[in-house]
Design a protein around this ligand. Structure first.
Ligand code: PRP
Length: 183
């Protein structure tokens, strides 16, 4: 799905897929360097991180393993509930591993601050975070995101894995959802 396919639902376009691709490539180049002599385990947070994981991992020139967790922090609406629970845990042990958590977006930071604390207690060698997007104005809990694609305004955005009520995840690019869609 392209931005033009849903232009009536979008207040404005923030990034085209081409712009996202270019930024993901830069992030991957940095990760290539930082993990050149490590054994990288990328942990994607379902469902939103699927696109970021697919594009970021394939942009690497080094090997990586991938695992997935599902964590609930939102309902189907537009505001964060602050409720965080693990719906699906990883299949892999992370003891002694260099873990890179992969997210589509850091919004309030509640999900990631919970997650980092939880994963730290499992004794990995290191934990870092990569997120395609971050909303600095929405932050409620400080989280150290080492690899950030774009800092974006505190608006309801869809596309590149980000949904509204399950839709728009398959949208190429990122747009601000028009309030009329969720009013
Ligand atoms: C989104 C996103 C992060 C979280 C960020 O997931 O993928 O996991 O919210 O929000 P926070 O910084 O306010 O905690 P969501 O719960 O919407 O699930 P989804 O990935 O399945 O869409």
């Amino acid at each position: 799905m392209n931005l033009t396919d849903v232009s009536a639902d979008l207040a404005n376009v923030l990034y085209t897929q081409e712009q996202i691709d270019a930024r993901i490539a830069e992030m991957a180049a940095q990760i290539d360097q930082d993990y050149a002599d490590k054994n990288l385990l990328m942990v994607g947070i379902l469902n939103g991180a699927v696109m970021t994981m697919a594009d970021l991992s394939r942009s690497l020139t080094i090997h990586c393993e991938m695992d997935w967790m599902a964590i609930s922090s939102y309902g189907s609406g537009v505001s964060s509930s602050g409720v965080v629970r693990i719906l699906k845990d990883m299949n892999t042990s992370i003891v002694g591993r260099d873990v890179l958590i992969v997210e589509d977006i850091v919004d309030t930071g509640l999900t990631l601050s919970y997650l980092v604390e939880n994963l730290r207690s499992r004794n990995p060698a290191s934990i870092e975070i990569a997120a395609a997007f971050r909303k600095p104005e929405a932050l409620k809990k400080q989280v150290d995101v080492k690899y950030v694609g774009f800092d974006i305004p505190n608006e309801f955005v869809v596309g590149f894995g980000l949904d509204y009520a399950g839709k728009y995840r398959n949208l190429r690019g990122l747009g601000v959802l028009s309030p009329k869609v969720y009013a």
